[in-house]
Design a protein around this ligand. Structure first.
Ligand code: GLU
Length: 550
């Protein structure tokens, strides 16, 4: 074991002692069973929907048990650091209602900070020093080349590669050798002195998976990165142990990729004298590709990014409902409001990765929007548009009554309301034609939207309807004028009559009505035309018909 003086000399003199940290971060005063969870994203400049999922699960478990949900930014890998990452997290958490109880984002809040790992260097160093004082960690001066030689030799002997046991040259180095290396100014990392042996087994109980057995750790893992770095930061493994202990986390919810690190983590907790923390390792979100499933990929799948949902404007409750259903399938069977307030249960998570299916999400979302009041739909569109499509905001503000009337078309007083909005960005496409700012008059009678109809006839029909147009009256009365119009211009009243002698007619009633529909809505398919004309008003209907009549 190295002398205390030597060990202490490796660290800044003003580091706190472990006991001081225990006092500064005391156990939390919470009711029995309260879960303290945290979400620990790394600032890579990309917020993955899987991160949102983990955050949602962590927050839900904390809140449903009267506990605390912490956001900790895991920025120990400074080479991967991306500027603006905090702002991105903030945006995503604000948008999806995942604001933490404790953390530096949006503003510092909580007594267990700092909440950026890069600001916690002294806390980690305190504990590395303590492990070294007790002979459970040591400085390692091995160079890259030496490490490569060790693994080459291990491969030749068909032994597991790694830094362990007799293969670890600095594990039991003499005090003089360490001193000489230091005097020579060699950079060093701190390694954990693992007591694990090659081939030993390890088992623990995962809160989601039950008993999990795997190979134990035997490697002397690096716990503190090289003394070459300006700030001395820990590796993920060590930061996890120190942070989750000092933040008094009692349930670590993280994805399955970390499962194989549990043996190392448990050894670290033991060596540090910390009470072990519980784990719930979530299955990752998956994507169906042909006949197989794979992990949702940041590189390949746009829907892996939280921005995808924000830019498209999926309503937040729909996304939350969808994600909750993936977590606990029982919630997908409940009405949305109930599913959003029913606590998630760890024993209801599947062990297979749930599939993210944007078609399903769109259906859920369209169903949800169909239940909203007109003003709520407008508010949703407006909030989204303020960021992603500012022209729509102007349109909404310039036509407040028309907007509400347009949204009510085939939504109010009907059994099956229209579901033409799955996301707020659909508004432009589905409702744009109502508004003068977004509607382009159809002026070309030879336009392909009129099908095979003769251009002169298109013009004549439009002119006739404009001249004779009667706006008032109920739906059947209103539509009778379209029948009369078709009749006046020789259209067949129905397909059957038409098919008997197609040469005798320019088309059928449907084609005549299409002239009106295209002139008024710009499209061959539209919501109920009568209702559309109610929203637009007589003057605008006639104006659009005249634009075509010329
Ligand atoms: N920073 C880790 C990640 O981004 C967090 C893992 C954990 O939650 O412990 O994957």
């Amino acid at each position: 074991m190295l002398d205390r003086a030597l060990v202490d000399g490796l660290f800044p003199a003003d580091l706190p002692e472990p006991a001081e940290l225990e006092e500064r971060y005391p156990p939390r005063d919470l009711p029995d069973g309260a879960l303290v969870t945290r979400f620990g994203p790394s600032p890579t400049g990309f917020v993955h929907v899987g991160g949102l999922y983990t955050a949602m699960v962590s927050r839900d478990l904390a809140h449903s048990t009267g506990g605390v949900y912490v956001l900790r930014i895991e920025d120990t890998d400074q080479s991967r650091e991306v500027e603006g990452a905090d702002a991105q997290f903030r945006r995503a958490f604000d948008a999806f209602d995942l604001v933490p109880d404790e953390g530096d984002i949006p503003a510092p809040a909580g007594d267990y900070g700092p909440y950026h790992q890069s600001a916690r260097a002294a806390l980690y160093q305190t504990h590395v020093r303590e492990l070294m004082r007790r002979g459970k960690a040591y400085p390692d001066f091995a160079t890259k080349e030496e490490l490569a030689e060790i693994s080459d030799a291990q491969r030749t002997l068909k032994l597991p590669t790694g830094y362990y046991g007799r293969w670890a040259p600095w594990r039991d180095a003499a005090q003089e050798d360490v001193q000489a290396a230091l005097d020579a100014g060699k950079p060093w990392v701190a390694r954990f002195r693992s007591e694990g042996r090659v081939g030993e087994r390890f088992a623990f109980t995962d809160r989601l998976r039950g008993r999990v057995e795997m190979e134990d750790n035997h490697n002397d893992v690096v716990i503190l990165k090289s003394s070459d770095n300006a700030i001395r930061l820990p590796t993920y493994h060590f930061a996890h142990a120190v942070d989750d202990h000092l933040m008094r986390t009692n349930l670590v919810v993280r994805t399955e990729e970390w499962l194989s690190s549990v043996p190392t983590h448990r050894q670290l907790f033991d060596a540090l004298g910390f009470e072990p923390v519980d784990y719930a390792h979530l299955a990752p979100l998956m994507k169906q590709e042909g006949g197989s499933k794979r992990k949702l990929s940041k590189r390949k799948d746009p829907e892996a990014s939280v921005d995808f949902y924000l830019e498209a404007g999926f309503p937040v409750p729909a996304v939350q409902y969808y994600l909750r259903g993936l977590a606990n399938p029982r919630l997908a069977e409940m009405p949305l409001a109930e599913a959003l307030t029913t606590p998630l249960r760890l024993d209801e998570f599947g062990l297979a990765g749930p599939l993210v299916d944007t078609v399903k999400l769109s259906d859920i979302s369209a169903d949800h929007i169909a239940t909203l009041s007109g003003p709520d739909v407008v508010a949703g569109v407006r909030t989204w548009a303020a960021e992603y499509d500012p022209e729509i905001v102007k349109v909404l503000d310039a036509n407040p009554e028309l907007v509400l009337a347009a949204i009510d078309v085939e939504r109010v007083g009907v059994e099956n309301p229209r579901k033409d909005l799955a996301k707020w960005s659909d508004f432009r496409e589905a409702y744009g034609f109502f508004f003068p700012e977004l509607f382009t008059d159809v002026t070309d009678p030879a336009d392909e939207r009129f099908g095979e109809l003769d251009a002169d006839l298109v013009r004549t029909v439009a002119a006739d309807l404009a001249d004779t147009y009667v706006h008032e009256g109920d739906q059947p009365t209103w539509f009778q004028q379209i029948r009369d119009l078709a009749h006046r211009h020789g259209f067949a009243p129905n397909p059957k009559t038409y098919k008997k002698d197609p040469d005798a007619y320019p088309g059928m009633l449907r084609d005549a009505a299409n002239v009106a529909r295209v002139a008024i809505t710009g499209a061959q398919r539209s919501p109920d035309l009568y209702e559309v004309t109610r929203a637009l008003g007589a003057d605008e209907v006639v104006r659009r018909l005249r634009a075509l009549a010329g």
